[in-house]
Design a protein around this ligand. Structure first.
Ligand code: CA
Length: 310
């Protein structure tokens, strides 16, 4: 069996910027494995390791970046997730000021979460695993975004649909794209309400492709049944509205509809939802069923500028 190129977990970044120094490179179509620390930087090993005691300079490492040969500004990078192999123990943390109800929490808490037989064990409960990649992104067009913050380049989108079998589409802004990823969750609910999920170290095998001259306004993730547009902005209200605008614009252009018809089709078929409510930018998702689209995504998406008014 051919050896897969591996990016070691010691090779990571804490920010997506316009000028990222690659640690390796791959050709489109070549499989590559990212070995990723957990989002807490491996600092939580016991329930006495609480959030207040963590070194926040070591939180949210993203393994990479790597150059994708031939990717140029104005292209779209597609990243298909083939497998996510997780460690056998994860952790979840919360505390005062953390997450949606942080003002109501009075003490810090950490729970170690065994991952066995495809389930995350929480107390006596067994939660089916649904591994996902929390942070995935490329070099930015302008500006520095800490790996804990999501925006147009991707980043900490914490979207549970970014799992095995899905394909993430990222707007390329710099030569070689500079792909980095990490922050695997064994399971997470929409919202990620307490500020963390089942944070776990993992090995992620992906395959990339480059859609030439295809400009996206925001990242997207494709699953077997749906396309999700992922918008990350300072408030969830802004993100929900922008995700709606993107879905309407995408339906309008993909089908050649009037704006009003696209708006009505979106109202009939598109689910507007929340990925996460707890990171510095909040992430909303517009989830479009494939039956409401004109055919295979790469057929109608490729070679177009989708930024429009989005
Ligand atoms: Ca995260």
């Amino acid at each position: 069996m051919k050896t897969i190129k591996t990016i070691d977990s010691a090779q990571y970044v804490y920010a997506f910027t316009p000028e990222m120094a690659p640690v390796s490179h791959i050709a489109p179509g070549e499989m590559v494995r990212f070995d990723a620390l957990d989002a807490l930087g491996g600092q939580v090993r016991a329930e006495t390791d609480i959030l207040a005691g963590l070194d926040f300079d070591r939180v949210n490492p993203a393994t990479g970046p790597i150059t994708i040969d031939g990717a140029k500004p104005g292209d779209t990078l597609s990243v298909t997730l083939h497998s996510i192999e997780m460690d056998e123990q994860g952790a979840i943390v919360t505390g005062p000021g953390m997450g949606v109800l942080g003002d109501e929490m009075t003490s810090y808490a950490t729970r170690m979460l065994p991952i066995r037989n495809a389930a995350v064990e929480f107390g006596g409960l067994k939660l089916p695993v649904r591994p996902m990649v929390g942070v995935i992104g490329v070099a930015t067009e302008t500006g520095r975004y800490a790996t804990g913050t999501a925006h147009r380049h991707g980043g900490n989108m914490d979207t549970k649909e970014i799992g095995v079998g899905s394909t993430v589409y990222l707007p390329v802004s710099q030569d070689g794209a500079q792909l980095a990823m990490g922050d695997v969750h064994a399971v997470m609910g929409d919202g990620e309400v307490c500020v963390s999920a089942c944070e776990v170290a993992a090995r992620i095998v992906v395959e990339t492709a480059v859609l030439k001259a295809t400009r996206l306004a925001w990242p997207m993730v494709e699953t077997s049944e749906r396309i999700h547009v992922l918008v990350s902005l300072p408030t969830i209200e802004e993100a929900l509205i922008e995700a709606t605008r993107c879905a309407v614009s995408l339906l309008q252009r993909a089908h050649g509809l009037s704006k009003e018809d696209a708006y009505m089709l979106a109202s009939l078929a598109v689910d507007i939802g929340v990925s996460q409510l707890v990171d510095p930018n909040k992430t909303a998702k517009a989830s479009i069923p494939k039956y409401a689209l004109p055919g295979p995504l790469t057929d109608w998406l490729s070679g177009q500028d989708w930024r429009g008014d989005g």
